[in-house]
Design a protein. Structure first.
Length: 133
């Protein structure tokens, strides 16, 4: 077929026997002379151009597919950045609340230590007064 593009021929398909076809040995060119001249060369050249264009189309489709995949990854990344920013905005009030609670806890701990020390001093004074009398 490569040497004779678009050249017509006669052949039988073979006869069907069960699920298979029996081989047919009949083959004859419809036009008895092989193609020649500028028409034959034009057909060969056209065939080569078509094959090159098919390969180029396949490469371009592959590139488009890769680019679409990369774009979808970029879109996913952008969506993730937006979600992170949204979550970060939600976290800011929580961070401030944690800082306030940490300061309160520190103040309360200091008050507790100071009051415990004061209690011990007062208790010591009371016990000391009881022993003098």
């Amino acid at each position: 077929m490569r040497k004779n593009p678009r050249r017509r021929f006669l052949s039988c398909r073979g006869r069907r026997v069960g699920r298979d076809y029996v081989k047919c040995d009949f083959f004859q060119w419809f036009d008895l002379e092989p193609p020649h001249g500028w028409q034959h060369l034009a057909l060969l050249e056209a065939r080569d151009i078509i094959n090159e264009q098919k390969e180029e189309i396949a490469k371009l489709r592959n590139q488009v597919s890769k680019q679409a995949h990369q774009n979808s990854n970029v879109q996913i990344s952008n969506d993730l950045v937006e979600q992170r920013n949204d979550k970060s905005e939600e976290c800011e009030p929580l961070k401030r609340a944690v800082l306030v609670l940490t300061e309160r806890s520190s103040v309360l701990r200091n008050v507790l230590v100071a009051s415990s020390a004061g209690f011990v001093v007062v208790l010591g004074g009371i016990i000391g007064l009881n022993f003098k009398f």
